[in-house]
Design a protein around this ligand. Sequence first.
Ligand SMILES: NC(=O)c1ccc[n+]([C@@H]2O[C@H](COP(=O)([O-])OP(=O)(O)OC[C@H]3O[C@@H](n4cnc5c(N)ncnc54)[C@H](O)[C@@H]3O)[C@@H](O)[C@H]2O)c1
Length: 255
Amino acid sequence: MPGTHEGRIAVVTGAGRGIGQGIARLLAARGARVGVLDVDPALARDTAAAIGAAAIGLACDVADPAAVDAACAAVERAFGTVDILVNNAGVSPKHQGRRADIHEMDPAEWRRVMSVNLDGAFHCVRRLAPGMIAAKRGAIVNQSSVAGKTFYGDYPLTGVHYAASKAGLIGFTKHLAGELGPHGITVNAIAPGRIDTPLMRGVASEINESIRRDTPLGRLGTPEDVARAVCFLTSDDAAFVSGQTIDVAGGWMIT
Ligand SMILES: NC(=O)c1ccc[n+]([C@@H]2O[C@H](COP(=O)([O-])OP(=O)(O)OC[C@H]3O[C@@H](n4cnc5c(N)ncnc54)[C@H](O)[C@@H]3O)[C@@H](O)[C@H]2O)c1
C-alpha cells in the first residue's frame, strides 16, 4: 500500500532496532517522513540512514522531557508539524534470562521501567499534542503488551513493573482518546504477543520455542506484523477507530 501515508510526518520512539525500526521503515515506505528517536545514538543514526532522505535519526531518552523536547523540535525543523506519534520505546529488564520477582526487584529498576515505558509516552504526547490540536489532525499509537492485560502463567517473561507500565498505557490510551478526539486526533494502543526482536531474545530460546508452539498461528511475530497494524491505525482507513487496544499476537494469550 505505498502512498497511504504521503505527506504525513511521524515520530517513532525506540526506533533504532526491533519493532520500532520496523514501524519507521514501513511508515516511510508508505510515504511518511519519520523522526527516528532512540536512546542509542548509533542505532538512531544507522536506521535513519538506511531509510534515506525521508528519515532523521535523533538521540533521545524518552524518560527525559528536555531530550524529548529537543528531538521533537528537530523533527519539526526538518519536516514540519508532526501528525503521527508512535510511543514504542520500552524496556523489560531480565536477570539471568528471567524476570525479577517482586521481593527481589530493585526500586530503581521499577522506577526506570515506569520512566521509560509510561512517563516516556506522557512526555512525547505532551510535547506533540499542541501541534496536532492546532492542525486538527493526528494519530497516536502506544505500544502496550499482552503482558498489560494478562498473566503469562509459567512463562517467567516480564516483571510486575513491566506489566503495570503496559496496563497503564491502556488506561492512558482510553482517556487520551476521549480528551483528544474532539480535536480530530485518534489514540490507540497495540498489545504485541511474542515478537522476534533483540528484546525477546533476552530469555532462553526454549521459552520462545514453547510460545511459538502455543501460538495458534504457529509462529512468532515479526516487527513488520506490528508495523502493519500501526500503519492501519495511523491511516485514513482507521479514521473512526479510537481508544482501542489491538492484540497483534497470532492468537497467543487471547485477552
Ligand atoms: N518483542 C516483543 O515480544 C514485545 C512484546 C510486547 C511488547 N513489546 C514492546 O514493543 C516495544 C519495542 O520492543 P522491541 O522488542 O522492539 O525491543 P528492543 O529492545 O529490540 O528495541 C527497543 C528500542 O528502544 C530503545 N530504547 C530503550 N530505552 C529507550 C529510551 N529510554 N528512550 C528511547 N529509546 C529507548 C532501545 O535502544 C531499542 O532500540 C517495547 O515497548 C516493548 O515493550 C515487545
